[in-house]
Design a protein around this ligand. Structure first.
Ligand code: SF4
Length: 385
């Protein structure tokens, strides 16, 4: 991609790729980066969530913030849905927090990235990736909802792990441990800016010898370095060529920072993997992915490479999201919406999802594997989708 075609995130979203270097953990809570991502001015909360120990802990960190009680975190008409919120999309994600109680505690089988999808500690995100699927059920102005019944979530996961017993045989998720994705509907690194849900789950998995937690992230939060996961949490830094990220990964940590953080997270006790995702096909994509993989090979120390693995996830998009994005970030749609290369599939809820047509996807994956073999042969691909 021609660099001159990449819009400046500072100008568009009040966020700069040239942010100052990530500060040390002790300084992070006061860093401009964190403040720009979350500056909570308004809380919508279920009464039971407010009344819980976790809810009280969160509110103690937000003195003077206006609280509106709501019957359900699923139905906040002033917040969810798209009408009227497109224009203040990023503002809502910055200044609004929702507290709720997760009522259905269910662990679902997965088998691709993880063996299991655990009930997540949050839903929604303060970042605003243009392709994000997370808001589809709540409407697209979907700030973080934190679930305050974290003890129940942790107890559910412990029971589920114990019921499985040892993993009988290696698979693409992990050779030894049952892998539980704990961040399906949010970003655990960002959640950790405002509450201890992520810390509690990492602490729980520390003692579960047959399982490990796993979550993908686009945010470098040095606070996580102090959580002592002892190898039982896999953090997956999502990567794409930096020019794509500047256009699509709105409000996230710069790609170079995510890569640079990998050794620190490994040394702090995390397993560090990479999500090559989403792969967006556009003129020059092969050159830019080659550059990214070369950069990985250049800067990562051997100890990171030895334990790293990757997932490759090709872009999927959605017609409703496409319409919403046209209202706030149409340049992203120049990349994401490529009807000539994509085919549609109607999902169970009636939404029209689009993905690259089978031939195009197959060819692109073959090429990506070739690029990996050439530029980062140490990076084992756990699965490609
Ligand atoms: S970081 Fe993940 S959850 Fe957050 S907006 Fe981006 S894709 Fe969605």
């Amino acid at each position: 991609m021609d660099q001159s075609s990449v819009p400046d995130q500072q100008a568009l979203f009040g966020w700069s790729d040239a942010a100052p270097p990530t500060p040390a953990p002790s300084a992070f809570a006061d860093s401009p980066q964190a403040r720009r991502l979350l500056d909570v001015r308004e809380v919508y909360a279920e009464p039971a969530a407010l009344d819980s120990p976790r809810g009280r802990q969160i509110m103690a960190r937000l003195p003077g913030v206006r609280v509106t009680e709501v019957p359900s975190h699923w139905r906040i008409p002033a917040l969810h849905g798209n009408d009227g919120n497109v224009a203040r999309w990023v503002r809502v994600k910055t200044d609004t927090l929702v507290l709720g109680v997760k009522r259905t505690l269910e662990t679902r089988p997965n088998g691709r990235s993880a063996d299991w999808i655990a009930p997540g500690p949050s839903n929604g995100c303060a970042m605003a990736c243009a392709y994000c699927y997370v808001p589809r059920r709540k409407g697209y102005a979907n700030p973080i909802t934190l679930f305050t019944n974290i003890e129940a979530i942790v107890a559910h996961v412990r029971r589920h792990v114990r019921a499985q017993g040892p993993k009988p045989e290696p698979n693409q998720c992990d050779p030894h441990a049952w892998v539980y994705d704990i961040g399906e509907n949010g970003d655990c690194s960002v959640d950790a800016l405002v509450c201890d849900n992520t810390a509690d789950l990492i602490a729980a998995f520390r003692t579960l010898r047959t399982a490990k937690a796993s979550f993908a992230t686009k945010f470098v939060n040095p606070d996580l370095l102090a959580l002592d996961p002892r190898g039982r949490t896999r953090i997956r830094f999502s990567l794409m060529p930096p020019d794509d990220a500047r256009l699509l990964d709105i409000r996230t940590s710069p790609i170079a920072d995510r890569i640079a953080a990998a050794p620190d997270f490994l040394d702090a006790g995390y397993e560090v993997h990479f999500n090559l995702s989403p792969v967006v096909l556009r003129p020059g994509w092969q050159r830019d992915w080659a550059d990214l993989l070369t950069h990985l090979d250049d800067v990562l120390p051997a100890r990171v490479k030895q334990q790293a693995a990757a997932e490759i996830i090709m872009l999927t998009h959605n017609e409703q999201l496409h319409e919403v994005n046209l209202g706030w970030h149409p340049r992203a749609e120049d990349l994401l919406w490529q009807p000539a290369a994509q085919e549609t599939k109607r999902s169970q809820n009636g939404a029209l999802n689009v993905r690259y047509s089978q031939d195009i996807k197959r060819t692109a994956l073959t090429r990506l594997h070739q690029l990996l073999a050439t530029h980062a042969p140490w990076l084992h691909v756990r699965y490609a989708f």
